[in-house]
Design a binder for this molecule. Sequence first.
Ligand code: ADP
Ligand code: MG
Length: 252
Amino acid sequence: MALLETRDLTKEFGGLRALDGVTIGVERGELVSLIGPNGSGKSTLINVITGLLEPTAGEIRYDGTDVVDLSPYEITQLGIGRSFQTASIFPELTVRENVEVASFATEHDSFSVNFLRRRDSYDAVRDRTDEILETIELEDVAGNDAESLPYGDKRRLEVAIGLATDPDLMFMDEPTAGMSPGETRMTVSLIDDLIEEWGMTIFLVEHDMDVVFDVSDRIFTLHEGRVIARGAPEEIRDDPAVREAYLGGEEV
Ligand code: ADP
Ligand code: MG
């Protein structure tokens, strides 16, 4: 059974059908990418699966559990994480504090006094934070205010905050957007580590085709809310419908 499955997932905004009968499966340990032109529904699909938006119709199962009526918090608790937007960073807290806050929030559904009183809960959070900062290569700036970070480090801090919720499946929406080539390489190597060392399953939305073809096991292509192609990178690269819809018929 696939780790994540959607069936005929549809999302309408007023008269606009942003998702139109999306049926996909993601296997445990895979890295799948979702590509498609601007406005094709990629972010909407992530928002529906992670519970930020309610689907108009269709099913979503994670590890056999129907998650359609669950809150984003409950979905996070099941093991679905996402790399948050910069807006979720607390600019005046340090890098370390940002990861700890996310980690505390996951350990307990409120900042319960009883929870915080326990020494071992703080130790667990601190250990997980250390491990995350090392993986994300932010240990050297752990004590700096988040707002002082260069752009690429801020984007990696978003990934760190996503990891703090201890996910098995992680959604990343355009993690390399706006990054320099060096920052992009660092992010690709981070994604490799998450798969190989952390055993994570990753669902990536990415506009940089070099990154997509390099890291993906499989690729889904969305066009106007519908999956128009799915397969291994070499199949997608040669798919005429993908070229037509996504690449304007140009050579990849
Ligand atoms: P992508 O991430 O592929 O660029 P989106 O999922 O953001 O595409 O958007 C798909 C379509 O849904 C677009 O036409 C967009 O304008 C519309 N849309 C997305 N979110 C909302 C929303 N919250 N309210 C209304 N329309 C939305
Ligand atoms: Mg988007």
